[in-house]
Design a protein around this ligand. Structure first.
Ligand SMILES: Nc1ncnc2c1ncn2[C@@H]1O[C@H](COP(=O)(O)OP(=O)(O)O)[C@@H](O)[C@H]1O
Length: 295
């Protein structure tokens, strides 16, 4: 619990310390002022909170990877196995932007164009989520979609020691097909995918086969598409990933924390391979998880 507390509170401190210095990209002055008010109204941490030593902390992992690679799918499965929450930044953002205020509209427009949102908004949402987790005794987390820039990674590093960063990889044409095939049930929130990937490997590259993940009949008539899963916006998100997020891979690689993992197939094939790469078994949570990287 202390670990989550430390991240959350120190994250706030770090954010508050940098809010006024860091320019907010592409935001109108009024919207920026509104965000600053919200950020500064958050509770200030005490030095003791930040310095408190951890005990009983759970795993604190990060999932990196391009849009469509399956971060949500595998982070969610691992979170159940490791008994820690899966905190998906994109979901926090989408939930927050359901309102109709001018600021929500402006941020939704930016998101739907594939742009990153300002750090202040992101830190605010993440801190709030971690505070809620702390209140219910969460001990660790798997972060998905955060950090997405070097500056976010630096703030995270200031406030907690991430144990492991799983970097999912997949070729770009497949990423695009997976994003365009993604469907979400408007009733149960289930994630599905209509894309059928069947690529014969050339020049020694392995075949890639990913069957579609079709909805059950009860969901079939309720399929929705994310507004940013259009061809144009997916390509924009991939460009943003290369420019802003790919350097985060190197940030963690240079610290010896990055585990590259090629997503070579569908879930039934990839999930056990991922567990093997992580040296985990399905029963890990019953026995107490000891993560060891495969040598
Ligand atoms: N860490 C972050 N920093 C800035 N913006 C973010 C962050 N996480 C999510 N967002 C915003 O939410 C959108 C959707 O995020 P997500 O669902 O994680 O998408 P993806 O499928 O591209 O990984 C992003 O395109 C961006 O606008």
């Amino acid at each position: 619990m202390a670990a989550v507390s430390r991240l959350s509170r120190a994250g706030l401190q770090s954010l508050v310390g940098s809010t006024m210095r860091r320019p907010i990209r592409g935001m109108a002055g009024a919207a920026q002022a509104a965000m600053d008010v919200e950020v500064w109204s958050l509770p200030m941490p005490s030095v003791e909170d930040v310095q408190k030593q951890d005990d009983g902390r759970g795993p604190q992992w990060v999932f990196l990877g391009c849009p469509g690679v399956g971060k949500g799918t595998y982070a969610s499965r691992l979170s159940k196995l490791l008994d820690v929450p899966h905190i998906a930044m994109g979901n926090l953002v989408r939930n927050e932007l359901k309102g109709s205020s001018p600021l929500s509209k402006q941020l939704s427009d930016a998101m739907e164009a594939g742009k990153l949102l300002p750090d202040e908004i992101i830190f605010n949402l993440l801190s709030r989520r971690l505070e809620q987790g702390l209140a219910v005794g969460e001990k660790g987390f798997i972060l998905d979609g955060f950090p997405r820039t070097i500056s976010q990674a630096e703030v995270l590093e200031d406030v907690t020691e991430i144990d492991l960063v799983v970097n999912l990889k997949l070729r770009e044409d497949v990423l695009i097909s997976k994003c365009l095939g993604r469907r979400i049930c408007s009733q149960c929130g289930g994630n599905f995918n209509l894309a059928k990937i069947d690529i014969k490997g050339e020049d020694g590259a392995p075949n890639i086969f990913m069957p579609p993940l079709l909805p059950p009949p009860s969901c079939a008539s309720k399929m929705t598409v994310r507004a940013d899963d259009t061809d144009e916006v997916v390509r924009a998100r991939l460009r943003v990933y290369q420019e802003e997020s790919a350097p985060v891979e190197e940030f963690y690689r240079s610290r010896g924390k990055l585990l590259d993992f090629n997503v070579g197939g569908g879930i039934p094939e990839t999930w056990p391979n991922l567990l093997t790469a992580l040296n985990l078994t399905e029963k890990a949570n019953e026995q107490g998880v000891q993560r060891k990287l495969v040598a």
